[in-house]
Design a protein around this ligand. Structure first.
Ligand SMILES: [Zn+2]
Length: 262
């Protein structure tokens, strides 16, 4: 399996073989050998770190396998959004459908009643860092851990429940995040269908097409609260899913794991 450890083990073995042939047996090894190896390992590492389903650094749950019940889970990242989140909650309530919200800690401050509403209406809440800064993936373990704790405390204060699920910002994973998650005990959750709703060039119909043509039982779909086209996409997805025999559930129900720490 392509993991961080395997990749670097093979890299150092190949470097060692090169050195052995060169130094031990006098066989000339061209500098290109080392350059190509380095570029390869950098390419594999950047793919593994940026593709959430790669399990390169650690295992991330991205879907439910063998889902015979035709269940799918819709998830919304980066909330709460004081304007858009209530629109999404109204749509979900109208269809009696449950979803999963990965909240940014700082966005909950001043919007406590909205966080409470999400929880009380039967959706699940996960941790999506406190700041969601662009620099998050450059943080050391302890700074990441501090953000997890800050957000957990905010959510727990409002709902009485401490989130167990964590979603990495931008879907990026790295060794520091692995260590921070081991320390905090959160369960990393990814997605199997990325809607690409944050890309402005994508219209609602582009997003609907992208999601509905990929949909399979057990999928976890990624949207973002703040994107203006998402309510229209959600309505269309519910219609498509219902007509095709899918049931919409929370990620907790989909993977049969409690969303909160008991
Ligand atoms: Zn995010």
């Amino acid at each position: 399996m392509l993991t961080f450890r395997n990749t670097f083990t093979v890299f150092f073995i190949l470097i060692g073989i090169g050195n052995l042939l060169h130094i031990g047996y006098g066989i000339p090894i061209h500098g290109w050998y080392y350059l190509i190896l380095t570029l390869l390992v950098l390419g594999v590492s950047s793919y593994g770190s940026s593709y959430i389903g790669s399990n390169f650094h650690f295992r991330v749950i991205c879907r439910s396998k063998n889902n015979s019940k035709k269940q799918i889970a819709v998830s919304f990242d980066d909330g709460v959004d004081p304007v858009q989140t209530p629109i999404l909650l109204d749509i979900l309530a109208k269809h009696n459908m449950k979803a999963s919200f990965f909240l940014i800690g700082k966005n909950c401050i001043g919007n406590e009643s909205l966080v409470k509403r999400i929880f009380e209406e039967g959706h699940i809440i996960g941790n999506h860092t406190y700041s969601h800064t662009y620099w998050f993936d450059f943080y050391w373990k302890n700074r990441m851990y501090k953000e997890f704790k800050q957000t957990d405390q905010i959510i727990e204060k409002i709902t009485g429940k401490r989130p167990f699920f964590f979603r990495p910002p931008y879907g990026v994973t790295n060794p520091a995040l692995k260590k921070a998650l081991i320390k905090s005990g959160h369960l990393p959750i990814g997605w199997s269908i990325r809607s690409f709703d944050t890309q402005q060039k994508n219209s609602a119909s582009d997003l609907i097409h992208r999601v509905t043509t990929r949909l399979k039982a057990g999928d976890i779909i990624l949207f973002h609260d703040y994107v203006k086209t998402v309510p229209e996409v959600l309505e269309a997805l519910i219609k498509f899913g219902t007509e095709n025999g899918y049931t919409f559930v929370t990620i907790s129900e989909l993977i049969n794991i409690n969303a909160y720490v008991e």
